[in-house]
Design a protein around this ligand. Structure first.
Ligand code: ASP
Length: 341
């Protein structure tokens, strides 16, 4: 009897281990992601080098803030600002295009102690939308500002404002033009309006995010994106939605997501991960695995989440081929991963 129980337990443990989505790195103070990335067969050595270097410099910028006595919010904002400025990522400069040929940016940030949060959606002139999101949190009575009102608020707060053309890059323009060509061909072959084509290649996705734990034990999370290529002008994804793309709760963890935003909103992914940790007592790895690799996968929603728990254990779950992700420990040890677990 006890042997049956024992082998049953071994089997259970093995099943749990096989389910664990990613390695868990202890003692982490800052973890980041750069989106679910491109399919392995599309990846070039140049792009991989660029992405890895970008992740590393984002980590270093965030870690420098923490070392100087900054908060987890400071680290999240600093790391995301670096990735927003790099065209390799779909956030800030290098954001994807909408179906109207515009770049519309979304971002959010949240603090785990106070549960204060701020977000901006559909902005077109704010150079670093993550700083816009933080300004909404700290300088307004609101959580989410959108469109021209959000752009005007950022300007009033003294944030850097750019011409909308600043965000456009050639590779992103080529990507949208290819989609428009596909749509035109589909229209020719069909008597009914086929509707906007959704991204087919991973390179048409991508978002950046960060999670951090500071010396006071306070967690923070943030996410910034250009959204999905060929999204309808005016469409808002999960990234600026607190509880969908971003969440932080000092009782559980900090989460930032990337992927097909509509699914992340419908499944309230980041909050669902926190809820599973708080109310089911699951580890960060098991909670993220349940939501990303079971719930979302069964629904057909592609994407990923990074999680940092309140003890500084960092992990990720992704149902895509890979996830650009990286973390740095308290003593500065960096780990960067793309396809490998
Ligand atoms: N989640 C983002 C959105 O739907 C896109 C992405 O993560 O790549 O807007």
């Amino acid at each position: 009897m006890s042997r049956i129980l024992f082998s049953g337990m071994v089997l259970l443990t093995m099943a749990n281990l096989m389910q664990a989505a990613d390695v868990v790195v202890p003692d982490v103070v800052l973890g980041i992601h750069g989106g679910i990335g491109v399919d392995k067969k599309e990846m070039t050595p140049e792009l991989e080098k660029e992405v890895r270097a970008g992740l590393k410099s984002a980590l270093e910028a965030g870690h420098a803030k923490l070392k100087a006595g900054g908060t987890s919010l400071d680290a999240v904002e600093a790391a995301i600002r670096i990735m927003e400025d790099l065209p390799a990522f779909n956030a800030g400069k290098g954001a994807v295009f909408t179906n109207a040929g515009t770049n519309e940016l979304d971002a959010s940030i949240m603090e785990g102690k106070s549960k204060k949060a701020g977000a901006m959606a559909g902005v077109m002139t704010v150079k670093n939308p993550i700083s816009g999101a933080r300004a909404v949190m700290e300088k307004s009575k609101h959580v989410l500002l959108i469109g021209p009102g959000a752009d005007a608020f950022a300007k009033k707060q003294g944030l850097e404002i750019v011409d909308p053309s600043y965000f456009a890059t050639e590779p992103r323009r080529k990507a949208i033009e290819e989609i428009w060509k596909r749509e035109a061909e589909a229209r020719k072959q069909s008597s009914t309006e086929p509707g906007p084509a959704l991204p087919r290649k991973k390179s048409e996705y991508g978002t950046v995010g960060a999670v951090s734990l500071d010396a006071d034990g306070n967690l923070a999370a943030g996410t910034s994106t250009g959204g999905m290529t060929n999204k309808m002008a005016g469409r808002v994804g999960d990234s600026p939605i607190i509880g969908a793309g971003t969440y932080a709760d000092n009782e559980a963890g900090a989460i930032s997501c990337t992927g097909h935003g509509e699914f992340f909103i419908r499944y309230a992914v980041s909050h669902e991960i926190v809820a599973q940790m708080k109310y089911r007592g699951l580890s960060a790895a098991d909670a993220a695995d349940d939501v990303i690799n079971r719930q979302l996968k069964n629904a057909g929603g592609e994407g990923a989440a990074i999680v940092l728990d309140r003890s500084g254990r960092f992990t990720a779950a992704y149902n895509s081929e890979g996830l650009y992700r990286a973390c740095i420990t308290r003593d500065g040890k960096i780990s960067v991963r793309v396809y490998e677990n």
